[in-house]
Design a protein around this ligand. Structure first.
Ligand code: HEC
Length: 159
């Protein structure tokens, strides 16, 4: 008689033990999937860009390539900021009712975007991510070459 009442208890205990053991072998995966964050680019990582460098080197030296895809620049395949097809996107930005900057030409829009990126944040992209210290890193010549190059990228003139 006592055996009869003990047996189910043993079975339950064994079952619980097995479930517990299996659970600890296979813990539920609660590790959060890491959210890709913007690469951190600090001024000390960027040397002065004189503008005497070949155009591709200007973009890579300045670190633009980390965050932007730039047509014609090898390795410039960043996805944090918009692709720099400014010949196409520049006029769209200037016509955006939310645009509060001072540029009247696409060329000046590029310069403004680099030197004062907070003036207009491209819709769909994170604010406060584009570095604000490029004025201290890019010579006037480098800035000019960047603007002249980018205003020709996109559409049919993307060479
Ligand atoms: C750490 C990432 C990062 C780096 C480095 C960076 N940018 Fe940006 N850039 C962004 C993001 C994000 C935006 C979009 C949000 C905004 O408008 O601020 C942007 C916007 C721009 C725009 C406006 C684009 C448009 O479609 O209207 C231009 C032009 C630009 N960047 C040029 C450059 C150049 C040139 C360099 C290098 C000298 C550079 N960026 C370096 C992140 C970056």
């Amino acid at each position: 008689m006592p055996e009869r009442s003990i047996t189910p208890l043993i079975v339950v205990a064994l079952l619980l033990g097995t479930i517990f053991a299996l659970r600890s072998l296979n813990p539920p995966s609660v590790a959060p999937v890491p959210v890709p964050s913007a690469p951190v680019l600090t001024p000390d990582k960027v040397p002065l860009v004189t503008g005497d460098e070949p155009i591709a080197e200007i973009f890579t030296k300045a670190g633009c390539s980390v965050c932007h895809t730039v047509p014609g620049i090898p390795g410039a395949d960043g996805r944090v900021g918009p692709p720099l097809i400014i010949r196409v996107t520049g006029p769209v930005r200037l016509a955006d009712p939310a645009y509060q900057g001072h540029a009247k030409t696409v060329h000046d829009y590029v310069i403004e975007s680099v030197l004062d990126p907070g003036l207009f944040v491209v819709p769909g992209y994170p604010a406060g991510t584009m570095p604000t210290w490029y004025g201290a890193k890019l010579s006037a010549l480098a800035m000019e070459k960047i603007a002249s190059y980018l205003e020709r990228q996109g559409g049919n003139a993307a060479q």
